[in-house]
Design a protein around this ligand. Structure first.
Ligand code: G3P
Length: 215
């Protein structure tokens, strides 16, 4: 399973890249807006330079022509750019053209298996089911993820399943059990993936015992 970080914050990206934990980055308009008044294209280029892996950058047009114009500009920024398109009818039209032009895509705001089936048929590079937001409304997000996995395996679709809107470490474990290809994880959750109190207690004891030998 690949780990992406779900943020547009350069400091966080540098930190986790330095730890060797990052395969890629996902951003969206809400995450970009947290960074203040940045130059979107320059910022995406900077992220690509740091991570040297797939970086999702989202369009904001709602018609396919507008999405395509944005997609082409974004794709020219770096070979690492993956264009994020909304999973609506206009987004599907734009996806078909991006696939033809060899532009990598990440179909976002996916909440049910049929959306995932359709984007795979049209050649999406990634599909992003938003798991936490399904849990928020009392739906079983992992059942949705499992169904998408089954459908993709039935037909050998090459679209990668990118588990998104993950809120806690258990989400990552559950997504890994189901076989999501990628988990995109917010920095606060990424920081907790290695945590276990018994690890800290164990290390403290080892070091205390080691001091006794030296004494
Ligand atoms: O990658 C999608 C993610 O940013 C959405 O997360 O927590 O806003 O549902 P959240």
């Amino acid at each position: 399973m690949q780990f992406f970080i779900d943020t547009a914050n350069l400091e966080e990206i540098r930190k986790f890249k330095g730890l060797g934990l990052l395969d890629g980055v996902t951003t969206n308009p809400s995450l970009m807006s947290k960074e203040g008044k940045v130059d979107f294209h320059a910022h995406i280029r900077q992220i690509c330079d740091i991570v040297q892996g797939p970086v999702s950058a989202e369009v904001v047009s709602t018609d396919s022509e507008g999405m395509l114009t944005e997609a082409r500009t974004l794709a020219r920024l770096s070979p690492h750019v993956v264009v994020k398109l909304p999973t609506i009818q206009e987004g599907i039209k734009a996806l078909a053209q991006c696939t033809k032009e060899g532009i990598k895509t990440n179909m976002t705001l996916v909440f049910q298996p049929l959306q995932a089936l359709i984007v795979a048929k049209i050649g999406a590079t990634y599909v992003s089911p938003f798991l936490g937001r399904l849990d928020d409304i009392g739906q079983d997000s992992m059942e949705v993820l499992q169904t998408i996995r089954e459908i993709y395996d039935n037909y050998d679709f090459r679209t990668k399943i990118l588990a998104a809107s993950l809120r806690h470490p258990l989400h990552v474990v559950q997504a890994a059990r189901i076989g999501a290809d990628v988990a995109t994880i917010p920095p606060s959750t990424l920081a907790r993936l290695l945590d276990h109190p018994l690890t800290d207690i164990g290390l403290e004891r080892f070091l205390a015992d080691w001091k006794k030998i030296k004494a």
